[in-house]
Structures are given as C-alpha cells and as structure tokens.
Design a protein around this ligand. Structure first.
Ligand code: C2E
Ligand code: MG
Ligand code: MG
Length: 618
C-alpha cells in the first residue's frame, strides 16, 4: 500500500515538468509527446501551467485524495465489492460535480478554457491533443505517489472519466460560444454593410431600398413621400484646410444635429456618400410643411461647430422631390432629387430647390440633345467651319480657327452654343473634340499640300479634353496621322479650364509646347484674368475676348485695358490677337492699342471648307 497522496509534492512535480525551460527542452517535449501538437501550441502549454497548478488541480487532487482515502479504508474489504463501491462513489461525485453543486469553479474553468481555445482559434484536434497532454501530466504526477498497480489503474480510470466529462463540457461550451461569435460577426458585417462607419447612419443601400419599398407600398394607396438630397458645401475645402480628421468630426456633429432636428418629423436620415445625406420624409407633407422641416434643419445646423479649437461653419444645399408628382419610380424620384440638388447648388439665393415642371422640361431637352449628339457623332453630322485670322496692317492671313458645327437633318447648321455645354456635361465633347482635332490637322495639311500660305490652325480644347490623360497622345496621333508639322497646330484653352489645378495645367502645357505645338489663351479677360500668373503659363498667344471690343471705339477705359494687356504680353514675349472685330471703328481703336492680329466678322465669319479655300487659299 502506498503512502498517502501528497498534494504539494505532486504540484511540485507538475511545476518541474512544465516549466518555461521544459517547453523549449526537446527531451521533455518528446517525453510528453508534444510533437503531436503544433509549435504554436507551446504557447498554450504556458497557459495550461497556471491552470494545472491552481484550482483545477485542487479539484482533481481533492477527488483523488478522497478516492485514495476511501481505497485505504476499503482495502480490507474483498476487492470486487470495494471496486463496486468506489465506482458508485465516483459516479455520485461526478454527477454532483457536473450538476455544478460540488464546485462551481469547474464550470468557470470550462468557460475560461472554451474562451481561450476560441481566442486562439485552436482546432478541436488540437484541443484533444492538449487534453491528452494534460492527462499525461496528471497521470505522471499521480504515478509518483502511487505504487500499487491496481490503485493506479483505478485512479487513472477515474481521472479519465473525470477529464472526458470535463472535455465534453468544454467542447459543448466551445461550440456554443463559437456559434454565438459567428452570429455576432455576421451581425457586425450586416451592420457595416448597411451603415456608414463614421456616423453610424444607415447608408445609401438602405436609403435606396427604403425608396424602392416606399414606392411599392404607396403606389396603390394614393400616398406621397418626399426625398431630400443634401450636399454639404465645401467639404473638400474644409478637409484640405483643416485636415480629414476635423472634416470627419464635423460630419459626425452635423449628422447629430440633423438627426435632432428631425425628431418631431416622421423622417429618416441617411448618409449616402462622403458629403451627401438623404432624408426620406414618409408623411404626406405639402410644400409648406417641407419648408418648415427644412427651416428647422437649417436653424439647427447653422450655429458654428467648435472642433479642436477651431470654429467651423457648415452649410448645405438641398434638392427636394416628391412621390409621385416628380417621378413614379424609385429611380425617377431619386434622379429628380439629384437634379433639384444641382439647381440648389447653382443658386446663390436659396440653399434648397423643389423639383418642378420647368426643370423637368429642361432635363428632357437635355436628354434629347444628348441622344441626338450621340447619333450625330455616329452619323458624321459634325463639320468644321474656318475663320481667318488676319494681320490688320497687311491684310495677310496669319492663322485659321477651326470651329465645330452640327449639320442637323432638320434644324440645319447648329452653332456650338446650342450643344457644347450639354456635350461637356455628358462627356460626349471628348469624342467630338478628338474628331475636331484630327479633322482640323487633316484639312490644314491638305491645304498646305495645295501650296497655300503656311499658317497655323487653331483648335479649341474643352475642359474634358484638357483633363483627359490621353491628351498629349491624342495630339501626337493627330499630327502623325495627318502629317502636319507641329508648328502649324495651335491649341486654344480658356483660363477656367486650367483653374482647377494650375500646377498640373502648367506641366501639361509644357509637354504640349515641347512637341512644338502652340498654345493660345482663349477668351482672355472673361475669367480670372490674373495678369500676375500669365508669366508662369507656357503659352505663346493671348486672345483678347470680344467683350473688350464691343465698346472699344467709345470707351477709353477699354482701350486703356487692351493697351495694358498688349504691352504686358509684349514684355512676356506673348503674341496677342483680338477676336470679335465687327466694324471699321473697332478695328481702328484696336490698332491704336498697337494690336495687329485680328479675328472677326469685319474680315470674315467662320466659313465652310470650300468657301474658305475659295476666298483665302485660291
Ligand atoms: P471661341 O473659341 O472664342 O470662338 C470664337 C467665337 O466667336 C466663334 O463662335 C466665332 O464665330 C465668334 N466670332 C468670331 N468673330 C466674331 C465677331 O466679330 N462677332 C461675333 N459676334 N462673334 C464672332 P462660334 O463658332 O459660335 O463658337 C463659339 C464657341 O464655341 C467658341 O468660342 C468655342 O468656345 C466653342 N467652340 C467652337 N468650336 C469648338 C470645338 O471644336 N471644340 C470646343 N471644345 N469648343 C468649340
Ligand atoms: Mg477659340
Ligand atoms: Mg474666344
């Protein structure tokens, strides 16, 4: 019979076996068959150590001790009977234990273990391997104390039963927790998919779905709802000046105030893009009711925001549309709010705009023009007119400006003023513009090949073309395809085209100039007209706008301005041409400003190809 199980010695032994060194000591690792477990789980072993040595070990220890004590008493009884007794005794103990009445701490440990396994993403196979390691450590510890083989067998059986029950309990808890976490994760993913991360507001997906649902629900009920599309003014500038963090804080504060303003209305707020919000007002509010809502919104948000010691004001523009009056489908009603918002942004008087019939007609016409432009391009309905540029002193042709025309099957020749802005808005201008560039180069080369005076041809570049990354490539292509020398091509751009990013514009213009192509600043005097930045622009010509010419014969002031522009350009080695000369008086006045290069009806209107070549190139 062995001596009594010594708990302290047993603990010491376990400690000795599983020390930090033993974790890295190969012989120990081998002995406890750690090879079955991934290296990663060495970490786990460290974690198991305190677990082994504390309460958990106490329970096993107490149990073992009780069993040992009993065994001692019962050793005098015939062995079969003793075994049975102990078996029943054990069954009772485990039953009580796992009912939780024996020791709550076991359950706590099971919970902790399950959480630990989850946190470390330990597979079930690894959990089982870890348990076998744990069992081995316990058995080895007990074996030190127990010499009697029968006693050892009995103890290890008891321990196995105990451990397998515990393992089962942990596994169950593990599965429960895992399932719960997966659900939570799904919940988070679902929340993120439908909410804006910054403000926590429902996002554009929810907004769109809500509109679709409302249209479906209200269609047959004669009910109406309103959409308010809101754009925060100057958010980009606020971000640039104060930094993105402050811009974000402003948006959070702003959305908080907006939400507050809506609390008395049956309306929901959504954040649908970085600087856009949407409000869906489910009540059938009339225009007065909506104006009241908007005024409440504006009043609540107009006070300055104090962020990071800075005082920031946030203003916004609102476009409003109402179902079913401004659109009978979800797409239409949202497009109407968007169109109304664009109008609100244009207006300097009001910050909000209700979609109305006039806007509807305007958009219809635009849509119509857009379709027609596409088909015009496809059906080759564009053509070029050419306007001469003349030296007023000699009357010699010094250049030609190519001006696009649309030969409409019903309307006849349509001037650019009727379609350029729609073409710009829709982007079709790019295709039209590239065609103009190719055609102008081709035509000029054709004229030159006929032995006519070699003068440059000017081509107007739209905003879209100038901001198209392929611009330089397109210019090279037009020159190559036509065989025109680069010095006979001049590109006309306006100040507003370059204003958005002056640095990039200068870089681009330098590239164009490096090709040998000229650059002319068109409509000079109508844009920013900052004389100071002229010297930084790599241009070779200035075109003084027609507006200076209109009254020049009578206005000393206009003459003084033109004279100043001419002398400054001279100083910068930039040529000057004046456009829009219609009368002899205007011509005289311009000449007195020491300007010789002229383009205007006085000499000729823009002409079709044949008329131009008959008149100037014969
Ligand atoms: P712009 O480039 O400033 O072209 C000069 C405009 O002034 C032309 O109008 C021309 O016919 C007109 N003009 C010339 N002399 C006189 C004059 O003495 N009196 C008056 N009242 N007008 C005169 P057009 O051809 O109608 O073109 C208008 C604008 O459309 C152009 O202004 C240009 O900005 C744009 N544009 C024309 N063709 C193209 C093109 O191919 N591409 C692009 N992007 N824009 C073009
Ligand atoms: Mg021009
Ligand atoms: Mg012009």
């Amino acid at each position: 019979m062995s001596e009594q199980f010594n708990r302290d010695r047993w603990l010491e032994e376990v400690k000795k076996q599983i020390t930090d060194q033993s974790i890295t000591d190969h012989s120990v690792l081998k002995r406890i068959r750690l090879a079955q477990i991934h290296k990663l789980d060495l970490q786990l072993l460290k974690w198991m150590r305190p677990y082994l040595m504390n309460d958990r070990a106490n329970i096993v220890n107490q149990m073992s001790q009780q069993i040992l004590d009993l065994y001692k008493i019962l050793s005098k009884i015939p062995s079969q009977k003793a075994k049975e007794y102990l078996k029943n005794m054990y069954a009772e103990q485990t039953r009580l234990l796992f009912k939780g009445s024996l020791d709550q701490s076991v359950l706590v440990h099971c919970e902790q273990s399950a959480v630990f396994f989850l946190d470390h993403e330990l597979s079930i196979a690894n959990q089982i391997a870890l348990f076998s390691l744990y069992r081995r450590a316990l058995i080895e510890a007990i074996a030190h104390e127990v010499n009697h083989p029968e006693q050892m067998l009995f103890l290890s059986e008891s321990l196995d039963k105990f451990l397998s029950l515990e393992q089962q309990l942990i596994l169950e808890r593990y599965q429960q927790l895992k399932h719960k976490r997966e659900l939570e994760k799904e919940e988070v993913i679902r929340f993120r998919a439908y909410h804006d991360a910054l403000t926590g507001l429902p996002n554009n997906l929810v907004a769109e779905e809500s509109v679709v649902d409302l249209v479906k629900g209200y269609k047959n009920n004669n009910r109406s709802f309103s959409l308010l599309k809101i754009n925060v003014d100057r958010l980009k500038i606020i971000n640039e000046i104060f930094g993105r963090q402050i811009g974000n804080e402003l948006l959070v504060a702003l959305s908080g105030r907006m939400k507050g303003a809506l609390k008395d209305f049956n309306a929901e707020l959504y954040r649908i893009s970085s600087d856009e919000f949407m409000i869906i007002c489910r009540d059938c509010l009339n225009k007065r009711g909506l104006t009241h809502l908007i005024e409440t919104l504006l009043r609540t948000t107009e006070q300055p925001y104090h962020i990071d010691g800075k005082e920031i004001y946030a203003t916004f523009s609102i476009g409003i549309s109402q179902f079913p009056y401004d659109g009978s489908s979800s797409i239409q009603i949202m497009a109407s709010a968007e169109a109304a918002l664009r109008e609100a942004k244009k207006s300097s008087r009001e910050s909000f705009f209700f979609y109305n019939n006039a806007l509807h007609q305007k958009l219809l016409m635009k849509l119509n023009t857009e379709n027609e432009l596409q088909s015009a391009l496809y059906n080759h309905q564009f053509l070029l007119y050419y306007q001469p540029q003349v030296d007023a002193c000699t009357g010699a042709l010094i250049g030609v400006e190519a001006l696009v025309r649309w030969e409409h099957p019903e309307r006849g020749i349509v001037p650019p003023s009727a379609f350029i802005s729609v073409a710009e808005e829709t982007g079709i201008i790019r295709d039209i513009g590239w065609w103009v560039l190719d055609e102008a180069c081709r035509q000029m080369k054709k004229w030159q090949d006929r032995g006519t005076p070699k003068v440059p041809i000017s081509v107007n570049l739209s905003f879209n073309q100038f901001h198209d990354d392929s611009l330089v490539k397109r210019v090279c292509f037009a020159l190559e395809a036509s065989g025109l020398q680069p010095e006979y091509l001049e590109l006309e751009i306006t100040e507003s085209t370059m204003a958005e990013d002056l640095e990039r514009s200068i870089r681009l213009l330098k590239e164009i100039r490096a090709l040998g192509v000229g650059v002319s600043l068109d409509d000079f005097g109508t844009g920013y007209s900052s004389l100071s930045y002229l010297k930084s622009l790599p241009i070779n010509q200035l075109k003084i706008d027609r507006s200076f010419v209109l009254d020049i014969a009578q206005s000393n002031q206009d003459q003084a301005i033109v004279t100043a522009i001419v002398s400054m350009a001279e100083h910068l080695w930039i040529d000057v041409i004046v456009e829009g000369i219609e009368t002899k008086e205007q011509l005289r006045a311009i000449e007195s400003c020491r300007c010789r290069a002229i383009q205007g009806y006085y000499y000729s209107r823009p002409l079709a190809e044949n008329d131009f070549s008959d008149k100037y190139l014969a």
